[in-house]
Write a protein that binds this ligand. Structure first.
Ligand SMILES: O=C(O)CCC(=O)C(=O)O
Ligand SMILES: [Fe+2]
Length: 309
């Protein structure tokens, strides 16, 4: 008997009808690792992306890469590869000392990954973020609303809501991230359950974690742009040593692990399973790569899909 070839592992795109034509339940396909990513091309107009980036610079929430870096951004920048397990230590301190040089990441929003070690401070910060986000977007040009609406549609019968705790405290709705100077994400996975072990947060209760990311601006150097690579490899504990030692590419080659590069333009929105090992190699172009990013908690048996950052 001959083995059947494995079905191709390729992204599903470019719009909802095409995605539904391929997958009756796209989010379940994502959860099972059957499809690397769901991609909605030009979900948000490029002109709206440009208007939003310009406003963020005018409002001094981001800096213009052609000008000297204002001091407040030098202090705020987030180090590459940062994350923190559970309740250890003081996240803020680490941020302020660890980053120097051109590779800067500026976050507009509240990251559970950074701030979650201090529950009180995290939810207070998230309150401020929700207030700020209400002022950022022009009417009918709200990329966060678009992301939630798309996720609700992809689920067919669930509702995407900003994550909340039983006592009513609410997370940040999304985060805007600007990556300057070739900031990169080395191969990693994201999981509040399996990696960060945030047992004291409601988002920990979901079976699956996805990311939903809308590209507002890309960076370009010669003919290269920064694009996410997804590996056909859902995290298991035996992968950890390779992630830690930086030998994942070697491991993937030795084990014939497939991968796809998800090539996106400003205005494209994509969803992927964050348990799949993924990376965004840095490209030190003139402009920063800027995205609206979310994490997503999904369980087939729950009516609500939780979104946070
Ligand atoms: O920026 C992206 O497209 C994905 C970044 C990522 O891997 C993350 O935020 O965990
Ligand atoms: Fe990630």
């Amino acid at each position: 008997m001959t083995d059947l070839p494995e079905p191709a592992w390729s992204i599903s795109e470019p719009d909802l009808p095409s995605i539904f034509a391929k997958h009756a339940a796209p989010l379940d396909a994502l959860a099972a690792g059957k499809v690397p990513a769901l991609v909605l091309r030009q979900a948000f107009p490029q002109s709206a992306c440009q208007r939003l980036v310009a406003k963020l610079i005018t409002d001094e929430l981001l800096f213009d890469p052609h000008q000297p870096v204002p001091a407040k951004f030098a202090e705020q920048a987030v180090p590459e590869g940062y994350f923190r397990e559970g309740r250890e230590g003081d996240g803020e301190k680490v941020w302020q000392t660890a980053t120097s040089g051109a590779k800067k990441r500026i976050d507009i929003g509240s990251s559970l990954g950074y701030r979650g070690s201090n529950r009180e401070a995290f939810f207070a910060h998230a309150d401020q973020t929700r207030r700020l986000f209400r002022t950022l977007f022009a009417p009918n040009e709200d990329p966060v609303e678009l992301l939630y609406a798309t996720l609700t549609a992809l689920s067919r019968n669930k509702r995407a809501v900003t994550a909340y705790e039983a006592d009513g405290r609410t997370y940040g709705p999304a985060i805007i991230r600007a990556h300057y100077g070739g900031y990169e994400y080395a191969p990693h996975f994201d999981s509040v359950r399996l990696r960060e072990k945030r047992v004291d947060y409601a988002v920990h209760e979901f079976d699956h974690q996805f990311a939903g990311v809308l590209v507002l601006q890309n960076t370009q150097l010669d003919d290269r742009t920064a694009q996410c690579v997804l590996h056909r490899c859902l995290w298991e504990p035996d992968i950890d040593p390779h992630l830690r030692k930086g030998t994942f590419h070697q491991y993937a080659a030795e084990h014939d692990i497939d991968h796809v590069q998800v090539v996106l333009e400003p205005g494209d929105l994509y969803f992927f399973n964050t348990r799949a090992i993924h990376e965004v190699p840095g490209v030190a172009g003139d402009l920063p790569r800027i995205v609206v990013a979310t994490f997503i908690g999904y369980s087939a048996d729950r009516d609500e899909i939780f979104v946070w950052s």
